[in-house]
Design a binder for this molecule. Sequence first.
Ligand SMILES: Nc1ncnc2c1ncn2[C@@H]1O[C@H](COP(=O)(O)OP(=O)(O)OP(=O)(O)O)[C@@H](O)[C@H]1O
Ligand SMILES: [Mg+2]
Length: 318
Amino acid sequence: MMTIETKKLRKVFGLIEAVKGVSFRVGQGEVLGFLGPNGAGKSTVMRMLTCFLTPTSGTATVDGHDILTDSMEARRLIGYLPESNPLYSDMTPMSFLRFIGEMRGLKGSALAKRIDSAIEICWLGDVRYQIIETLSKGYRRRVGLAQALLHDPSVLILDEPTDGLDPNQKHEVRGLIRDMASKKTTIISTHLLEEVEAICTRAIIIARGRIVADGTPTDLKQRSRYHGAVRLKVETDGRSVDENLLRALPGVESVEFSGVEGEKVALVTVFPQKGKNVAHEVALLAREQKWRIEEIGVEAGRLDEVFRDITTREEKRS
Ligand SMILES: Nc1ncnc2c1ncn2[C@@H]1O[C@H](COP(=O)(O)OP(=O)(O)OP(=O)(O)O)[C@@H](O)[C@H]1O
Ligand SMILES: [Mg+2]
């Protein structure tokens, strides 16, 4: 079982304590997403895990290999896509990948095979002999990704892997990460909450150098005040929806009119008391009152709201 474990990782840059003691474990098959505001410390944690930065204190192990005392072995296991995506711009994807592969100790037909495979899965076939400098940003990102996957590593650490990709490529790269996930241990960072929902089995929210939340996307969404809320779109035809009737239903915490469209439609959100399900009651009432429902739905919760809530609360505290 391939596990990454960090133990109170800390990093101080001059006067800035960028990472303030981060501990977590992540295992094979998991895709862990790092979320957090700009400057939160996500990339710094990744740079320490990949042995590009030495922690000020604390350490981590990759499949039992300590990043401080056994860093060669740890590095061998890891494929890393850095945020800055450093490439040799006067090389072609082919020559760059050959160079990286040789550094990784690959040779001959094994190297050729790995290069072909990386080129294929990162859709670089058409540009393999084009000078990297002349590639568009998205293609350069794909060369960076090919570099990270080249030696078929057991651990993938990808710092904003879909940054700069077009929507189709974002979709493809997410599919690729998902397909590889079962055999690997994956950590990505992202600012795209839909990406977390699409590929992450678990998310850690980092704010000001600390872990402030850790859970599955579903767990995190359940912290949203919108979790379990019933949204109604009612044709009013001049008549108003009597919100007191909704408020009086068992299990209802509060009712909000979130807007009116052209005076004909009311948008109502009914918030349940903690742990209560009010959808059935709301639907019964609507039927009894003969409301003309255009839309009705139960919200799973909103990750963006949870993110904002958790990370701004943290700012207020410090
Ligand atoms: N080499 C460095 N020297 C000094 N300060 C640094 C260095 N690297 C990072 N920092 C600081 O550490 C903090 C965390 O930076 P980091 O790049 O880890 O944030 P991040 O969470 O990845 O942000 P983003 O979402 O913008 O990528 C920031 O305040 C940053 O300015
Ligand atoms: Mg970063």
